[in-house]
Design a protein around this ligand. Structure first.
Ligand SMILES: [Zn+2]
Ligand SMILES: [Zn+2]
Length: 337
């Protein structure tokens, strides 16, 4: 099969991905071989490919095939697979495997499982024609969704949905979303579905335009100090979700949110000083559980949310990553095979 291999992590400008012919993997026991229709291109793929996460042991092996938001069809199954057969349409999210017996797995928080495997980071992912998945971590994908709109559900979709769950009930609340990219534009849609009034904040005028089209009640440029100060003055932000990878933005979100409010962070940032007297809560968020993944697919099938994506061929993945780095991708790049 054709696959893009990362052998030596380095800046994307140095072309660290190589297109090669490799053997199609063989599904053992509870594994499923998936013929890939599409795979999204995530900013975290870029971080890994450029070697930013080497100190954290990511990727866990080299060479590795990146990519963790995958839609395709079952091609073959291992001996113990019971619930999928050849031709079924399925998807894989970043959570490739969880142990199934730790306290997190027992309580439906398997994204925190200490023995988890991550698609495209610890095992081969979706920048290829085929990928292996585990039966218990595959999800049926409705035929009514195109591959281009289904693939981003498996990372931006689940990540945004889980972030909203971390906030809690947002019915009637004003939710500010900082960073309107692949994940942010999904968070905006899920917040609206949950009954929130949304405020989109971004430095990219094109992204703000998308937020407006998606129904954001207010769209504010990230450098518009007077509009941001007005939010603060009017006590207009009950809670905030941050996907812009910036410490200054995270600190701004914490300062803007009303007393007693919550700020959910989906990026690594430095928080600086934090005053306890306003009883604000800062929470982290990372991918999401299998149950939440199924809920995301249901909402997409009901047409309540719809990812916006731009198609590229497998061969053009380096170009898609380059454009992502330069901020030139509208919401999500998807490799379509
Ligand atoms: Zn991702
Ligand atoms: Zn576990």
């Amino acid at each position: 099969m054709k696959a893009l291999l990362l052998t030596t992590p380095s800046a994307i400008e140095k072309q660290p991905l190589r297109l090669e012919q490799v053997d199609i993997p063989y599904p053992k026991e509870d594994e499923v071989l998936v013929k890939i229709e599409a795979c999204g291109v995530c900013r975290s793929n870029l971080h890994m490919i450029e070697g930013e996460w080497l100190q954290r042991g990511i990727p866990a092996k080299l060479p590795i095939i990146p990519g963790h938001e995958i839609v395709g069809r079952v091609e073959d199954v291992g001996d113990r697979v019971r619930h999928f057969k050849k031709g079924d349409r399925v998807g894989l999210q970043p959570l490739w495997l969880s142990c199934g017996h730790c306290s997190y797995c027992w309580t439906g928080r398997e994204e925190l499982c200490p023995e988890k495997e991550i698609t495209g980071e610890t095992v081969d992912g979706g920048y290829a024609e085929y990928v292996l998945g585990k039966e218990d971590h595959l999800y049926p994908v409705p035929e009514t969704l195109s591959a281009m709109e289904a693939a981003p559900l498996f990372c931006p979709g689940i990540t945004a949905y889980h972030a909203l769950k971390r906030v809690g009930n947002v019915m009637g609340k004003r939710v500010a979303i900082f960073g309107i990219g692949g994940v942010g534009h999904m968070a905006l849609q899920f917040a609206r579905v949950a009954g929130a009034t949304t405020i989109a904040i971004s430095r990219n005028p094109i992204h703000l335009q998308v937020a407006k089209e998606l129904g954001a009640e207010e769209c504010i440029h990230g450098e518009d100090r007077s509009a941001l100060e007005k939010l603060k003055r009017e006590g207009a932000v009950d809670c905030a979700i941050v996907f812009a990878p910036s410490s200054a933005v995270a600190q701004l979100a914490i300062s803007l949110v009303n007393a007693g409010g919550k700020v959910v962070l989906g990026v690594n940032v430095e928080l600086g000083s934090f005053s306890f007297v306003e009883e604000k809560t800062v929470l982290g968020t990372v991918i999401g559980s299998r149950e939440e993944m199924r809920e995301v697919l249901r909402l997409a099938e009901e047409r309540k949310v719809k990812p916006i994506s731009q198609g590229f061929s497998l061969e053009d993945a380096p170009e898609a990553l380059m454009k992502l780095k330069k901020g030139e991708i509208i919401m999500r790049a998807v490799l379509v095979l």
